[in-house]
Each structure stands twice: as structure tokens, then as C-alpha cells.
Ligand binder design. Structure first.
Ligand SMILES: Cc1cc2nc3c(=O)[nH]c(=O)nc-3n(C[C@H](O)[C@H](O)[C@H](O)COP(=O)(O)O)c2cc1C
Ligand code: SF4
Ligand code: SF4
Length: 279
């Protein structure tokens, strides 16, 4: 890239409950301060993903997504399959609720590379766990200033790799030993058993349609207040946005202690975790 040419970056993110968007905005601001042109694109809405993405106007891309059951959400994985990287550089970032994450970097890198991109880096940011909406208590108050500081540092590293000042690609990421089928089962288990599907349980509401308008998979019907099991990814964006508070998932608080035990971690240990960058 000619050093007099302004770098044009496409910053794509999926965010159902706002965490990934917060980090994306910090990265956007930092890159603009470094003199880049940044097109920030929210790929959460179904219509936005359906439109696909023409990568040709961009010198490089940044892709941000939450971790959903050790991988990025299924609908984002499906969307990536339609991209064509043509050798362009791509930086990744993930937000997660303080439990397991490592296969998500690797599996996303593999997917993005399979579409012809060169992955230069990845990063992970602590953020409140979506299931706190149902009664968990993971990473409350995050992302906070400590995470935003890492996001600003990450933007600088990404800039340096995109510009060629640092010519390296991302180093080796922790591989998953789990086959794809097992990861699919883990996804199914969490969707169907831990959270269950959002419902209004027949309660009246103001019919603002916010749930239906937001749903990134077209899974919820505002009129019936029920959710299509095959489509729903349990992102809980509809529950989060319901102004009447009538849209609910099952009470997940009884599974909180069980979850900590299963993950062999305490709340104090979780709080010690830091957002980090992989170069
Ligand atoms: C279906 C689902 C599965 C999740 N799985 C994990 C997980 O495996 N590990 C983890 O630490 N957090 C997990 N989370 C928490 C999210 O990664 C975290 O809250 C994320 O920041 C949400 O991003 P958003 O607000 O941009 O949608 C999960 C959340 C959802 C909705
Ligand atoms: S219906 Fe499912 S996919 Fe749609 S917003 Fe609600 S939780 Fe997310
Ligand atoms: S968001 Fe809540 S209040 Fe609005 S239509 Fe959906 S269930 Fe009803």
C-alpha cells in the first residue's frame, strides 16, 4: 500500500446484546485517529447478512463476534462462507463471558482463511455473559476501561500489520481437539437445555414489535410471542430489548453454581482474567 494512500478498512461485527459493538466502536475510533477510513457494518440484522459483502472497496477487514458455545455464532459462520477474501488481510476479535473460548480463535481463523483471507491477528475481550439476563453472574460490568484499553492497543497492532510495517501474520492459535460434530452437540445442548427458547408465555404486551424487528434469524413471532426452535440461536437480543419485560427465557440461576463447578472456576478467578491480543 502506498504510504500516501488512506487505508480503507471494513469493520464488520455481530452483536446481539451490545458487547461486541462496544469493542468495535473503540477499535473504529482508534483506527480513525490513526488516519484510516473505516466503514463500520453491523451484520447482526438478517437483512444486512443477506445483502452479503463486497470486499473489493476495502484494503483489509476486521471481523468481530461474540463466542457462542466455543465458536462464533452459527449465522456468522454461515455468512463468512459467502465471502471472498482474494488474499486480503483480516483481523479478528471476539467477546466472551469469561468461560471457555480458545477453540473460537482457531475455528474462526480456519474459516476465514478458507475464504481466501490472510489472518493477521486475533483478540479476546471479557464482557458480561448473555446468560446473566437469565440469572447468571459472569463478568458483570464488563467490558470496562481495562478492556477498552486493550481494544485501543489492538487497533494499533492491527494497523501496523495492515500497513505492512509489521509484515507478520497471526502466530499459532490454540487448536481444538474437538471434532465439528461435538462442537455442534455442545451448541445444541446449550441452546435447548440451558437457556431454552424465549417466549412471552401468552402474556399481553404493547406489541411494539421490537423483538421481531431485531431478531437476527427471523425466529420470533411478535404476535404469538413464540420462537422457532430451528432458527433461534438463543442470542437473547429479543429478551434484552423487550420494553415490557414479558419476553423471558427460563430461570437460569439454579444452573449458575453448577456451571462454575463444571468449568472448575470461581467468580474471583474469572475476575482475574484479562482481555488479550494474539499476534
Ligand atoms: C448462546 C450463547 C453461548 C455462549 N457461549 C459462551 C461460551 O462458550 N463461553 C463464554 O465465555 N461466553 C459465552 N457466551 C457469552 C457471550 O460470548 C458474551 O456475553 C458476548 O460478549 C455477547 O456478545 P454481544 O453482547 O455482542 O452479543 C455465550 C452467549 C450466548 C448467547
Ligand atoms: S428469537 Fe432467538 S435468535 Fe431471535 S432475537 Fe430472540 S434469542 Fe435471538
Ligand atoms: S418486544 Fe416485548 S413488548 Fe415488544 S412486541 Fe416483543 S414481546 Fe411485545
Amino acid at each position: 500500500m502506498n504510504e500516501n494512500t488512506q487505508m480503507k478498512i471494513g469493520l464488520l461485527y455481530f452483536s446481539a446484546t451490545g458487547n461486541t459493538e462496544k469493542i468495535a466502536r473503540v477499535i473504529e475510533d482508534s483506527l480513525k485517529n490513526l488516519g484510516c477510513m473505516v466503514d463500520i457494518v453491523d451484520i447482526t440484522p438478517l437483512v444486512s447478512r443477506k445483502a452479503g459483502l463486497d470486499c473489493s472497496p476495502y484494503d483489509a477487514l476486521i471481523l468481530g463476534a461474540p463466542v457462542h458455545s466455543w465458536r462464533i455464532p452459527r449465522v456468522v459462520r454461515e455468512w463468512i462462507l459467502n465471502l471472498s477474501g482474494e488474499g486480503k488481510k483480516c483481523a479478528l476479535f471476539l467477546t466472551y463471558g469469561g468461560f471457555q473460548i480458545h477453540p473460537a480463535h482457531y475455528t474462526t481463523q480456519q474459516l476465514v482463511q478458507s475464504r481466501g483471507f490472510k489472518v493477521v491477528s486475533s483478540a479476546e475481550f471479557l464482557a458480561f455473559h448473555t446468560f446473566n439476563i437469565g440469572g447468571w453472574k459472569a463478568m458483570e460490568g464488563r467490558p470496562d476501561d481495562s478492556d477498552f484499553k486493550v481494544a485501543r492497543e489492538y487497533a494499533e497492532k492491527v494497523y501496523s500489520r495492515f500497513s505492512g510495517e509489521d509484515p507478520n501474520l497471526v502466530g499459532e492459535l490454540e487448536k481444538t481437539t474437538h471434532p465439528e460434530e461435538l462442537l455442534d452437540q455442545i451448541e445444541e445442548f446449550r441452546f435447548r437445555i440451558v437457556t431454552q427458547l424465549p417466549t412471552r408465555n401468552g402474556a399481553d404486551c404493547c406489541m411494539c414489535l421490537a423483538c421481531e424487528k431485531f431478531c437476527p434469524t427471523g425466529a420470533i413471532n411478535a404476535t404469538t410471542g413464540e420462537t422457532n426452535q430451528g432458527r433461534c440461536i438463543t442470542c437473547l437480543g429479543c429478551v434484552y430489548r423487550c420494553p415490557d419485560g414479558v419476553l423471558v427465557v427460563n430461570d437460569m440461576s439454579p444452573s449458575w453454581e453448577y456451571k462454575l463447578k463444571g468449568e472448575q472456576i470461581s467468580v474471583a478467578e474469572m475476575k482475574k482474567k484479562r482481555s488479550r491480543i494474539y499476534l
